[in-house]
Design a protein around this ligand. Sequence first.
Ligand code: ADP
Ligand code: MG
Length: 703
Amino acid sequence: MSEVLNVEEIFGQNVFTMGKMKERLPKNVYKEVKSVMNNGGELSLEAADVVAKAMKDWAVENGATHYTHWFQPLTGITAEKHDSFVTHPDSEGKMLMEFSGKELIKGEPDASSFPSGGLRATFEARGYTAWDITSPAFLKEDATGVILCIPTAFCSYKGEALDKKTPLLRSMEAVSEQALRIVRLFGNTEATKVVASVGPEQEYFLVDREKYLKRPDLIFAGRTLFGAPAPKGQELEDHYFGTIRERIGAYMKDLNVELWKLGVTAKTQHNEVAPAQHELAPIYETANIAVDHNQLVMETMKKVAGRHGLTCLLHEKPFAGVNGSGKHNNWSLGTDNGVNLLDPGDTPNENIQFLLVLACIIKAVDTHADLLRQSASDVGNDHRLGANEAPPAIISIFLGEQLEDVVKQLVETGEAAHVLQGGKLVTGVSTLPDFTKDATDRNRTSPFAFTGNKFEFRMVGSADSIASPNTTLNAIVAEAFCEAADILEKADDFDLAVHDLIKEYLTEHQRIIFNGNGYSDEWVVEAERRGLPNIKSMIEAVDTLTTDKAVKLFEKFGIFTKAELESREEVLYETYAKTINIEALTMIDMASKQLIPSTVKYSKSLADTVIAVKEAGADTSVQSELLSKVSEKLAAMKAALSKLEEAEEQAGAISNAKEQAFYYKDVVKAAMEDLRTPADELEMIVDKEVWPIPTYGDLIFEV
Ligand code: ADP
Ligand code: MG
């Protein structure tokens, strides 16, 4: 028998939970903390000192030597700078570990090297980190030792957001405020806030670390830049939900333990569609905590992999020709008195509220489809969205048969008189039948699907932070709620007004609803006919951030200023250019130093063979043919390499960020493809003993 794992005991072991605070803090301080968490405001410095001391004592008891303000700059990952609790020794050389309230609440890391898109000139290098009291502090435990991590937001001296957390927190407040107005209209006087909940399903690949280390492309770019397909791919569909092999299982077990200790509710695990691909989903939680935890999940996945001689690849498309990885972002809104606004519910009264909420979301998604698309884009995701893979780049909503039918009735007659599958009719103002959850089959091709009591946004990339998609969702829905509340709060006849409004919204925005196959070519044509945006790449989505409509939305709810949006655009273009540049340089490096030299050697051995065989008086036709084929492809590879080098040089000379990004997309990427083709063809004919890098077969079938 293996050692019994006490999950209840280890869960949250490394988190400074509310429970621990309650235990360790004086009652009045604990109360103050709770009040700030629930109602906002600032902790007094006296209280902060007490909290800091309790936090430090707990951390030190658990082996911590350092603390860090843990934040999420625009790099998409997290950042930390460790400070030890060490203080100046007294005259006798005795040192006491200390941590003050000031240090807990605010930090001033030198931030000059983080992307800011021009928001902060280098002479104003300071960025400020501020404690996000609503996300618990935790201990990171690894070879570095034990570090107390304090989740923070990261801003400039003038308070401009330099991170992904600040706008997210702002958007959560906005959607809460506006959603409260909606539930008040339906008589809910108890709720004091509405919380956005998020459950992200994280996909990832695992490869053998030894083999990974032989692939510069995996090391530098996180994806293979060369590689012929293996004889077998995912066509047998034998990996999806397949039995988990021991080596992978041992990894998953360790990963779960690490995550549980961090208070992450790792819940499901399974093999995904592609060979060597897997998924982990936690239980949903408040959006900002879910965002923090997803970062921890990604980080822990990588860390634990190393301990098992594995490497975790989070890139959206590590291998051409097999499925890439995404992150289904499940999102819903719930009041603090327990009502999920996306739950169809079982009384007609609640159903009207649900219908209004649904109509608002449909309106929001249709109005801002471009922004949603943008929020889910990153460099790696370009290989998925709109590139023959799940899901398409066109935003549409899947409601399921039953709900779609209800919407259709409402649009046509203003009443939902009946429900599919013989549901009961309830009369009144646009009354609604009781929906069974998951009433209809799932539609895996939809980028934005209603799944019972939540929406599942399936476009998000596996390596990306989920902060932007949730910020955008909260923002656009806040706007729709606000517009609805503005009308309904003034209505003389509420029932009639809400009825009319639902009908109006659904009628105007029904074009965004699509229940068919999102992967089909017909849908592309149909979507165009409906006037839905089809934004094909990340950088084509960038300027959706600063359209009048977007600026109005984000400024109205205080989520982004125009300057912040412009800075983000700049960062996105730069990130794109830098990423493709690294990929191109890696290809040049691999082709020049590995693939071409190996092929040259191989062709020399072929030539030697031809001579020797000829001398021996035998037929050399096979060897000669192979030799000329190899020489021909070698020449093609060399020519393509020169072209790529040229394109790189041109790209480097462009100073405008946007222009440069587009040059990378249109010219450099094409040159990269052209280099890959002869290389992959060569891989198929060159002796495996000679080929210098592990193949797709080695990488994804021999883990
Ligand atoms: P599936 O693969 O069938 O979509 P999973 O169990 O893998 O389902 O993931 C579903 C995710 O949705 C989980 O993270 C779950 O906690 C989350 N979820 C469930 N209900 C809600 C909700 N009301 N709001 C947000 N997320 C939710
Ligand atoms: Mg799912």
